[in-house]
Ligand binder design. Structure first.
Ligand code: GDP
Ligand code: GDP
Length: 436
């Protein structure tokens, strides 16, 4: 289970600039497709070989100058509850403000490591001004310029010291599913429907702490883990009406799963919060099954209506459209079995290995007939295709003489052909051109 770092602070201190700085390098490495603005609040960071996720809780609150104390309270509360390390950002240009004092007071009693970051120290001579933040009672501030990067190395070194070891819970090699979705979509209901009356089949794994987020199921002839059922049970405790509560919750569940079951409320259709969660699933490269739940409440269910629903969902989630959609009712237990069955299939697709011989047999003639467009008069030849071993998602490498000239549309064409030929429904796949 990986660590979650939350950035808190009042508006305009530079939280999102810091967030961008922390997550930028990693983004470049993983070669993310056109990052969307809604990804702003959540990213992955790597420092000294440690991977962790970062959330900018400010991204979820109304970020105006006249922020209510209440909103910052929520921001800090969720950070304290969910994060492993909290970065509290203050602004050296404006000095200590009342809101800073207020936040510091809450954080002082938090039982989580807090790193005080004095931001906007763009030059070393500003560092003396940062000394006043010692008065917040959170130790010495780390000076930082989120804009030019000054101080970021020391800050990250410190941060990494605070991270908990990535726990390697001894799980069996079984599919791990996360049920995610916005509040009231029916997550707890569908989990209860999985369990049925046989509550005893939910066994907390022996020897794990209350932090364990896995519950093992044996149901419908399948063995699997459900992730973060504790988080779902815990729901009553916190106010899930607020978007970022449920989104931060979802982050953990998603990160620790293989396949995500994304619950959508049929009576509401896809809204921005669904898109947020979907983008978390994509960013983490997890398998996906979409459940359009509360299907019992929909009156007209002709094949045409169903098609319209499916098209609308795929359109909203494009360009990734190759995933199963199931119309469920957690209430009447309609197609509950199908959900588990399909999630297992997606899990298997995600683990699928295609032999080099088969790949080349299929792709080489295809590529010969539809070669990548020449670039500046240079012919591009793909000589050889193979799947990398030991990857989280199926990853294919296309060895070429001039890989840098192969454009995205052509790679998409290859991906579509791959998906048409082999079963990768519901799982992301990666295709890279590489130097021979
Ligand atoms: P947030 O509201 O806390 O997320 O703050 P932003 O990241 O949006 O930054 C608020 C303003 O402060 C923007 O105009 C940033 O360009 C500026 N800013 C952020 N970090 C720095 C910094 O290190 N130095 C300076 N001079 N300005 C910064
Ligand atoms: P969660 O917040 O995503 O865990 O959602 P819940 O499982 O708590 O469900 C929220 C509300 O929707 C509850 O009142 C459920 O009884 C209701 N609900 C959940 N699934 C269905 C369904 O398939 N059909 C109908 N009609 N109601 C449902």
């Amino acid at each position: 289970m990986s660590n979650l770092v939350a950035i808190v602070g009042r508006p305009n201190v530079g939280k999102s600039t810091l967030f961008n700085r922390l997550t930028k390098s990693r983004r470049a490495i993983v070669n993310d497709e056109a990052g969307t603005t809604r990804d702003r609040q959540y990213g992955l960071c790597e420092w000294c070989g440690r991977d962790f996720s970062v959330v900018d809780t400010g991204g979820w609150v109304v970020n105006s100058e006249d922020i209510f104390e209440e909103e910052i309270n929520r921001q800090v509360a969720i950070a304290i509850e969910e994060a492993d390390v909290i970065m509290f950002v203050v602004d050296v240009m404006s000095g200590i403000t009342d809101l800073d004092l207020h936040v510091a007071q809450i954080l002082r009693s938090a039982k989580k490591p807090v790193i005080l970051v004095a931001n906007k120290v763009d030059t070393f001579d500003l560092q003396y001004q940062a000394a006043e933040f010692y008065g917040l009672g959170l130790g010495d501030p780390y000076i930082m310029s989120a804009i030019n990067g000054l101080g970021s190395g020391e800050l990250l070194d410190r941060l990494v010291e605070y991270l908990k070891p990535d726990s390697n819970e001894q799980l069996e090699e079984l599919p791990r599913f996360a049920v995610v979705g916005r509040p009231n979509a029916g997550k707890s209901s569908i989990i209860n429907a999985f369990i049925g009356e046989d509550r005893h089949i939910v066994t907390d794994i022996a020897g794990t702490t209350r932090d364990s987020i896995y519950a093992r199921y044996n149901k419908f002839g399948h063995d699997f883990y459900l992730v973060d059922t504790a988080g779902i049970r815990k729901k009553a405790k916190v106010n899930e009406d607020i978007e970022y509560y449920s989104v931060i919750r979802a982050i953990r569940a998603i990160e620790n799963s293989d396949v995500c079951i994304l619950m959508i409320d049929a009576t509401r259709g896809i809204e921005s919060q669904d898109l947020n969660i979907f983008s978390l699933i994509q960013k983490n490269r997890k398998g996906l099954v979409v459940c359009v739940n509360k299907w019992d409440l929909i009156e007209s269910k002709t094949p045409k209506d169903i098609k319209r629903y499916e098209d609308a969902i795929r359109e909203r989630l494009a360009p990734f459209t190759d995933f199963p959609i199931i119309f469920t009712s957690a209430l009447t237990k309609q197609r509950i079995y199908k959900v588990v069955e399909t999630a297992i299939e997606v899990y298997e697709n995600k683990k699928r290995k295609i032999s080099t011989a088969k790949l080349n047999e299929f792709f080489l003639p295809l590529i010969e007939n539809y070669p990548p467009p020449a670039y500046k008069g240079k012919y591009i030849k793909i000589k050889y295709v193979s799947q990398l071993p030991d990857t989280q998602v199926p990853t294919f490498v296309f060895f070429a003489n001039l890989p840098q000239y192969i454009k995205q549309p052509y790679m998409r064409f290859l991906e579509n052909k791959l998906r048409e030929t082999w079963e990768f429904h519901g799982t992301p796949v990666l295709l890279f051109p590489r130097q021979k």
